[in-house]
Design a protein around this ligand. Structure first.
Ligand code: C2E
Ligand code: MG
Ligand code: MG
Length: 747
């Protein structure tokens, strides 16, 4: 041992001119200390055997002490730890701290004191035990303990005690390093919890480096992205969004960098080939101002939500019976079509289709059959349209169709013909063979309307026009049609009040006998004086009055007014020989008509022979038996019957033979062209001859000139009525004519 030390000393002295190698000297001194202890020698004997003076040994110790202290101070300043140097009795030899305020007690009150002097009994006990254990084992021991700081706040400390391997005043020295680990532990705990939470989260969490590479991902992403972690880790994040590739888009990442975050839905291709919808939130995270950014991505699988949303959307926009788009979706599609049409300067059409007679089928065969028929109609229509066209069901038996990008005006007509044709074919619904047709109204965009509502309204108007014309046809909307639809509405409103407001009055047109030129009768013609609108002719309101159920009270009013007029003429002594009154075909089926007329005649004491009722040929043919019975009773009463507008109803006189008719009025359309059109001439001649053979009188309507009059005279016509002989006039005008008594000159 001594030899080894001697050699070591020699070597160290040889290097004496170089800066002292503290490590080598420290090792030497450690060996010296070991030798003291082992051999239990005193210092003097050892120094002598090593041939080193006590002074040199002392200076060596001193030098090392100084250099060690300097190092210790440096360490203490660099680290946030407290360094306590103690001897084996627990007495503090020194204490080092980067800042004095780290010590609870001033430094001077620590050095030279024991732990018991400074700490409470409880702490002292713990520290002493730790010291003891370190001395016993000769190895590092550590302890964690809580202690309140100067502000009374609980802190957590870690004390690490090591034997220093040197003695101070013959006592072993120990170093205790005390570190405040409150924050570190808190962070450690927090980090542990966060890591646990991240691992257990159902949400996929991915962390990217600045190159958008996946540097960390939690297990949830395996489920969400349907990819194994290994397939994702250290890979570019774009692998997640394939084939949508949004995450590979540089512009997308520029947006994330600019805004700092991004939220939205992405679609990912899964390894199984199925598509997944993910809700993705990305946050750009920069821990240090100059550091590289990281990206934290949160992923939620919303595939199921997406599917149910799609389902709901479908339910909200689909007609459940036919599976076609419903009114809501149709409106939306129409608006889109209008935008496209405006942008591309193309023409489109909106078709409004309503089944004819559907209500009858539904009411007679039941709703189930009705529903099946609607489904079959929807399917049949679908077969005849292009994929880009939108066929929708608006409800009931109403369908709409949007046709876009019509190249030629003829295209629309072709489609319309095709659709009408398709619907005419028989529908086999269960045991039933059903026939239905459709009325289709069309508005063309952009020509017929600025917006969806206007186009729908116009197509609807056109559809009603098609329906009014008998159905199984189409009508295109025109400005004229809208106007007439409007005035139709307006007239209907006015008619409802006209009777009460006494806005109706009668004019009378004279009828002359050709043979004598004498006035043999007048025809009562109804007029409506609409305040603000002037005189309105019967052609404009009689059809509507018939339709809205107003013709019966109106007809009754006319007959009463005629009777009152006859009374007035009688009083003036100017009653014409016969007064013709027009009767609507609708009135003919009224079983109360006869009683009403009889009552009237009795009330005003008007002889039945004075009256002639004019009815149209189509009226009596259409109305059949009830009309026939009514007419018979009227003639039994003594009222004469004339067939009005003869020749327009395609019936032959033979057919009319069974009715008790007295006169035939040849429609003015034949008289107008009688000198120009040989057909008309032939019809007029034949009618006169046939009427004569049946014993009926012929009255020619609408005689406007002398040539027509001459022709009629030569052809054997008996009575004429027309502007040439006299326009419809006031009762006073008739009185004057009667009073003058002069025959109609030209006749
Ligand atoms: P209508 O019974 O054939 O009446 C004759 C129509 O011919 C009248 O038209 C008359 O003004 C017109 N007229 C007469 N002479 C000439 C002529 O020389 N040239 C031309 N262009 N026209 C002539 P108005 O008064 O407009 O009546 C039209 C139709 O309205 C009548 O045709 C009749 O069917 C119906 N009507 C008139 N008054 C009544 C009524 O009180 N009840 C019912 N149910 N229908 C009526
Ligand atoms: Mg008439
Ligand atoms: Mg007529």
């Amino acid at each position: 041992m001594h030899r080894l030390l001697k050699r070591q000393l020699k070597k160290l002295r040889l290097d004496a001119d170089r800066p002292p190698d503290d490590k080598a000297w420290r090792q030497f001194l450690k060996m010296v200390d070991g030798a003291y202890r082992q051999a239990d020698q005193d210092r003097y004997t050892l120094e002598r055997s090593l041939s080193i003076s006590s002074e040199e040994m002392q200076s060596l110790y001193q030098r090392l002490k100084t250099s060690t202290e300097a190092r210790m101070h440096a360490v203490a300043e660099a680290f946030p730890d407290l360094l306590f140097f103690q001897d084996e009795d627990g007495r503090f030899l020194d204490v080092l701290a980067a800042h004095p305020e780290m010590l609870y007690v001033p430094r001077e009150q620590i050095i030279g004191h024991t732990m018991e002097d400074i700490f409470s009994a409880e702490y002292s006990r713990q520290f002493r035990r730790l010291l003891q254990k370190t001395l016993e084992t000769g190895k590092l021991q550590q302890l964690e303990y809580h202690m309140p700081d100067a502000n009374g706040e609980d802190r957590l400390y870690e004390a690490r005690v090591v034997p220093m391997g040197v003695q101070e005043d013959g006592k072993r020295a120990l170093l205790t390093v005390v570190r405040d680990i409150t924050v570190a532990r808190r962070e450690e705990t927090w980090a542990g919890l966060v890591s646990k939470a991240v691992s257990a989260a159902r949400e996929g969490i991915i962390i990217l480096d600045q190159d958008k590479r996946v540097i960390s991902a939690n297990p949830a992403i395996e489920n969400i992205c349907r990819r194994a972690l290994e397939e994702v880790l250290n890979k570019p994040v774009s692998v997640l969004s394939e084939p949508d590739a949004v995450l590979a888009d540089a512009a997308f990442w520029r947006e994330v960098d600019e805004k700092g975050s991004w939220h939205g839905e992405i679609q990912t291709g899964c390894s199984g080939g199925t598509q997944a919808y993910l809700w993705l939130s990305i946050d750009r995270v920069q821990l240090e101002a100059q550091g590289a950014p990281h990206y934290v991505m949160l992923l939620n699988d919303i595939s199921e939500l997406h599917a149910s949303r799609k389902k709901l959307e479908k339910l909200a926009t689909q007609d459940p019976l036919t599976g076609l788009p419903n009114r809501v979706l149709f409106q939306d599609r129409l608006e889109q079509a209008l935008v496209r049409s405006a942008r591309n300067k193309t023409t489109g059409a909106l078709l409004f289709l309503d089944l004819d007679r559907f209500k009858i089928i539904n009411d007679s065969l039941g709703h189930q059959v009705g529903d099946l028929l609607l489904q079959a109609v929807a399917e049949r229509l679908s077969h005849h349209i292009r994929e880009m066209d939108t066929l929708a069901r608006m409800g009931g038996d109403e369908f709409t169709l949007i046709l876009e990008d019509l190249r030629h005006p003829g295209d629309i007509v072709k489609v319309l013909e095709k659709l009408l044709q398709a619907l005419r074919k028989v529908f086999k619904i269960g045991a039933h063979e059903l026939r239905t047709t459709a009325s289709i109204g069309v508005s063309i965009f952009p020509r017929d309307g600025q917006d969806a509502d206007e186009l729908i309204k116009h197509a609807d108007t056109a559809m009603y026009s098609a329906k009014d014309s008998g159905g199984d046809q189409y009508r295109l909307f025109t400005e004229k049609l809208t106007l007439s639809a409007y005035s139709y509405f307006d007239t209907e409103q006015g008619l409802h009040n006209a009777l009460e407001r006494r806005e109706f009055y009668l004019l009378y047109q004279p009828q002359y006998e050709l043979a004598t030129g004498s006035l043999i009768g007048v025809e009562a013609l109804l007029r409506w004086h609409r305040p603000g609108k002037g005189m309105i002719g019967p052609d404009e309101f009689i059809p509507m009055a018939e339709m809205i159920g107003l013709i019966e009270p109106l007809g009754a009013w006319v007959r009463e007014a005629v009777c009152q007029q006859i009374v007035a003429w009688r009083d003036a002594g100017t009653v014409p020989p016969r007064v013709a009154v027009n009767i609507s075909s609708r009135e003919l089926v009224n079983p109360g008509l006869n009683a009403q007329v009889a009552n009237l005649l009795a009330r005003y004491r008007v002889p039945a022979e004075l009256l002639e009722f004019e009815i149209t040929e189509s009226a009596i043919i259409k109305r059949g038996d009830v009309a026939c019975r009514n007419l018979l009773r009227l003639t039994e009463m003594g009222i004469e019957l004339a067939i009005d507008d003869f020749g327009t109803g395609h019936s032959s006189l033979v057919n009319l033979k069974r009715f008790p008719l007295t006169s035939i009025k040849i429609d003015r359309s034949f008289i107008r062209d009688v000198l120009l059109d040989p057909n008309d001439e032939a019809i007029v001649r034949a009618t006169i001859v046939l009427a004569k053979s049946f014993g009926m009188q012929t009255i020619a309507e609408g005689v406007e000139n002398v040539q027509q009059l001459d022709f009629l005279r030569r052809a054997g016509c008996e009575v004429v009525q027309g502007f040439l002989c006299g326009k419809p006039m006031s009762p006073k005008g008739i009185s004057d004519l009667m009073q003058a008594g002069t025959p109609f000159g030209t006749c």
